[in-house]
Ligand binder design. Structure first.
Ligand code: FAD
Length: 316
């Protein structure tokens, strides 16, 4: 089939590639292309943050995890040991534990001051500048074309594309009038590699939300999570606060000043009460498959959602 994918972030590119691999001819149109997408701002570590419902997220995340494991050491993807720290003890494993390799609870000696528990697991880390370039090359070598072009209404798509895959992230608010979709503003600072190799995360404890994500050439420090804030402008006070909270997580980052920061980026996570992954019949034989609203986990879920897009197309 001839399929039009709207959006050239991680959701659009992985959906496009998965559809090509299933034998379809795919074209991408997007208002903005990498490096100017939200996907470029992602840290990006495998972690199912603020994406729902957890049953579907676990299945998508597990499928994507396997894909990332296969991509490790090519395409800007590496596997790192991650430590997700907690300030309250629990004998229970997190709901996503079955999706990852090497899961265990942390030993007391591994925990930063102020934390009593932690989850250790093998985490895929995607250096998004390298990884999105890889996905674009992969899509092009599969015969696809990518055009910078915005669509104001789904009805505006020419009839030569009876099947559209909507991967417009937060843009789906306007495109579909989706009032459930809203932004969560994030900010990250990129610092020079100092040899620190472990991914460290705190999304519930005293430094939340804080993360340290070593990539191939640098280290990403975060973060910020401001639901409802629409501003994509960098806030220097938040950069200083990110450095302070990351230093609380790991002494290797104590003493960093804003002068040590190579770059700062800001982005709006597409938050929704549940990821929208479903077909909608528009009439006159036209179908749109929505694949948006992945919150803080669009990279984490990408290949799993892309596979489901292919399954929906096959079922039509
Ligand atoms: C600071 C920060 C850190 C993050 N860290 C992580 C992480 O560690 N791990 C993780 O999994 N996720 C992370 N995320 C979340 C992740 O970035 C998003 O979930 C993901 O990028 C969403 O991808 P997407 O392709 O759906 O949307 P986007 O990347 O926003 O792409 C949407 C595409 O649609 C296009 N578009 C929009 N409207 C239209 C229109 N009307 N017509 C045509 N094209 C249109 C856009 O131009 C763009 O090309 C983070 C996000 C932020 C902000």
């Amino acid at each position: 089939m001839d399929i039009l994918v709207l959006g050239c972030g991680v959701s659009g590119l992985t959906s496009g590639i998965a559809l090509q691999r299933a034998g379809h001819r795919v074209t991408i149109w997007a208002k903005a292309l990498p490096p100017d997408t939200t996907s470029n701002v992602a840290a990006a570590v495998w972690y199912p943050y603020k994406a729902y419902p957890i049953e579907r997220v676990t299945a998508w995340g597990a499928a994507a995890y396997r894909a990332f494991r296969d991509l490790a050491r090519v395409a800007g993807v590496t596997m790192a040991e991650a430590l997700d720290v907690r300030d309250t003890p629990s004998d229970d494993d997190p709901w996503w534990a079955g999706a990852v390799d090497g899961f265990r609870h942390a030993r007391p000696g591994e925990l930063p001051l102020g934390y009593v528990d932690g989850y250790v697991f093998a985490a895929p880390v995607m250096d998004m500048s390298i990884y999105l370039d890889y996905l674009m090359r992969e899509f092009s070598s599969g015969g696809g074309t990518i055009t910078q072009r915005a669509v104001a209404r789904l009805d505006d798509v020419p009839a030569v594309y009876p099947l559209v895959v909507n991967c417009t992230g937060l843009g789906a608010r306007e495109l579909c009038g989706d009032t459930d979709l809203h932004p969560s503003r994030g900010q990250v600072a990129r610092v020079r590699d100092n040899g620190f190799r472990r991914v460290l995360l705190d999304d519930v404890g005293p430094n939340k939300v804080a993360y340290i994500v070593p990539r191939i050439h640098d280290i990403v420090l975060g973060g910020v999570d401001e639901e409802g804030n629409e501003s994509a402008t960098v806030d220097p006070r938040q950069t200083a606060d990110i450095l302070r909270r990351c230093a609380n997580l790991a002494p290797a980052f104590a003493g960093l000043t804003p002068g040590d920061v190579v770059s700062v980026a800001c982005g709006l996570r597409p938050l929704r009460s549940s990821v929208r992954l479903e077909a909608e019949h528009l009439g006159a034989g036209r179908v749109v498959i929505h694949n948006y609203g992945h919150g803080g986990a669009g990279v984490t879920l990408s290949w799993g959602c892309a596979q489901e897009v292919v399954e929906i197309v096959s079922s039509l």
